[in-house]
Design a protein around this ligand. Structure first.
Ligand SMILES: CC(C)(COP(=O)(O)OP(=O)(O)OC[C@H]1O[C@@H](n2cnc3c(N)ncnc32)[C@H](O)[C@@H]1OP(=O)(O)O)[C@@H](O)C(=O)NCCC(=O)NCCS
Length: 132
């Protein structure tokens, strides 16, 4: 539990040299970087102690919306709040536009906690949106 609270990225996030940074991260081994890859913005969560990228989120900006293509945390690092940290960075991008995504039915509850609502549901996939 103590480990989890140390690594959570808290607002406000300051943009500096490609990193989203906050004073509370000074001695924090977890760093989130933001890179542009083609039309995509990729957030990578890196554990500096392990020297390893342990998760990432991929977003692209369309005219009327932000599209979250995926968020992933390596299996051995799950359940420690890392996806939540990545989602905070993604959500800070979405303050001006709605965010949409398409995912498996099993992830509905995960995204609902961040304010996403179901807009369309199929047999295996669901479309969700977070409005302003
Ligand atoms: C979904 C995924 C990103 C979660 O990563 P994680 O680092 O384990 O998530 P966190 O520890 O940050 O969890 C944050 C919260 O979400 C909850 N949560 C995690 N996965 C969940 C799921 N599949 N459904 C519902 N809630 C979930 C956690 O219990 C936690 O809740 P809490 O804050 O109340 O304790 C990870 O399991 C993963 O990479 N899965 C494979 C890829 C995937 O399906 N991505 C999502 C669609 S693109």
């Amino acid at each position: 539990m103590e480990y989890k609270s140390r690594i959570q990225v808290k607002k406000p996030l300051y943009r500096a040299e490609g990193f989203l940074w906050h004073p509370s991260l000074k001695d924090n081994p977890m760093q989130i970087s933001k890179d542009t890859v083609g039309l995509h913005t990729v957030y990578r969560l890196r554990d500096e102690t392990l020297d390893e990228v342990i998760g990432e989120a991929v977003v692209s900006e369309l005219e009327a919306e932000l599209r979250l293509h995926g968020i992933f945390v390596k299996p051995e690092h799950r359940g420690r709040g890392h996806a939540k940290s990545l989602m905070k960075s993604v959500l800070s991008l979405g303050e001006a536009k709605p965010i949409t995504l398409c995912t498996g039915l099993g992830n509905i509850a995960f995204f609902k906690q961040f304010g996403f609502e179901v807009t369309e549901i199929g047999e295996t996939l669901v479309h969700m949106q977070k409005t302003l």
